[in-house]
Design a protein around this ligand. Structure first.
Ligand code: XMP
Length: 326
């Protein structure tokens, strides 16, 4: 597949049968292209890179080297799930890089949102390049580019983190899902046996929780963010809302307010709940969370999350607000 243009007569992959035919075709194509060489892939655990990983594992097994960079800004359970699914269940060649301290040290004291994004992107490339340099015989780079990335950005994946590798690391690209739309990638992922919570995952920004830990990131506020987000996701799943709401998450701003706990005055952070619906993220409406569910989530956050004494519900659509807080 050498073209970046989706043929007009290409059938939309909507069924397991069509997905299986696509998988067979791609596996043959990957085998023919890669031969006995090795492919490197940055595996975030997002839908696109996970589907590409599963396709490559099916085609070339251990000739694929996956690198999972834990930058400390992932959601609760995500790094563990990547290791469990790919190393334990699919027997993949997976390098897990614990880069938490490296990222959080670089981000310490940085409050400007765009500077935070730049540091996260630059650091990611450096960590990934460091790992790549340790490996011998890699000739290809797998990428989870999908068709909207090509349409939006002339072929350079809009938010892709490994697009800026140094010149001494030049690889030939392997992009098996580059002509697929997101819904098709999910159908293929399901047919490849990936777990539902990976395949039907809500969109998650490249800089991860970094854009939701408002201002300068601190480890304790990041922990409050991760724990409150896990509670929100858990309660949405129990209420049957998983996969039905476009994006739902919590935000922890960098200010405190007074409260009272065990008869003592506190001065702690609020947690903000955000849940929106959208078609393409250019505009968004507010998900009307049922009151009983809001009450349950609030109760759990206030009793289970350290350093928090208030829960707020963001009712702002896009526009005027953006979906993320930074
Ligand atoms: P906003 O906040 O601009 O977000 O309304 C629109 C969509 O884009 C996601 N988003 C990002 N994704 N890198 C990404 O990969 C980023 O820096 C980034 N900022 C926002 C956001 O989650 C929403 O789905």
């Amino acid at each position: 597949m050498n073209t970046n243009k989706r043929p007009d007569d290409m059938i939309r992959i909507t069924t397991p049968e069509l997905a299986n035919a696509f998988i067979d075709e791609q596996v043959a194509d990957i085998k023919a292209t890669v031969g006995d060489k090795k492919v490197l892939l940055a595996l975030s655990g997002g839908v696109d890179s996970s589907v590409v990983a599963a396709l490559l594992i099916k085609a070339i097994g251990k000739q694929l080297v996956c690198v999972h960079v834990n930058h400390g800004l992932l959601r609760k359970g995500e790094p563990e799930q990547v290791v469990k699914v790919f190393r334990d269940e699919m027997d993949a060649n997976l390098i897990y890089v614990d880069a938490v301290d490296r990222f959080l040290d670089k981000l310490a004291g940085v409050s400007d949102p765009e500077t935070k994004r730049k540091i996260i992107g630059k650091e990611f490339i450096e960590v990934f390049a460091d790992e790549a340099k340790k490996l011998d015989g890699i000739e290809f780079l797998g990428q989870g580019t999908i068709y909207p990335d090509i349409l939006e950005s002339d072929g350079v994946k809009a938010h892709h983190n490994v697009g800026g590798l140094p010149e001494d690391l030049s690889f030939e690209l392997v992009e098996p899902v580059k002509l697929l739309y997101k819904d098709e990638v999910r159908v293929v992922g399901k047919a490849l046996g990936l777990p539902d919570n990976m395949v039907y995952r809500q969109p998650f920004p490249g800089p991860g929780l970094g854009v939701r830990c408002v201002g300068a990131i601190t480890r304790d506020r990041l922990e409050a963010l991760r724990e409150s987000d896990a509670i929100l996701r858990d309660e949405f799943a129990k209420a049957g809302l998983e996969g039905k709401v476009w994006q739902y998450f919590t935000v922890v701003p960098d200010f405190k307010s007074t409260g009272i706990k065990d008869g003592k005055r506190t001065f702690e952070w609020p947690v903000i709940i955000r849940a929106v619906n959208s078609v393409d993220a250019t505009s968004a409406t507010i998900e009307e969370i049922p009151y009983a569910l809001l009450y349950k989530i609030t109760d759990r956050i206030l009793s289970e999350v350290k350093g928090v004494n208030r829960v707020l519900y963001d009712l702002s659509p896009k526009p005027v607000a953006t979906i993320e807080w930074e």
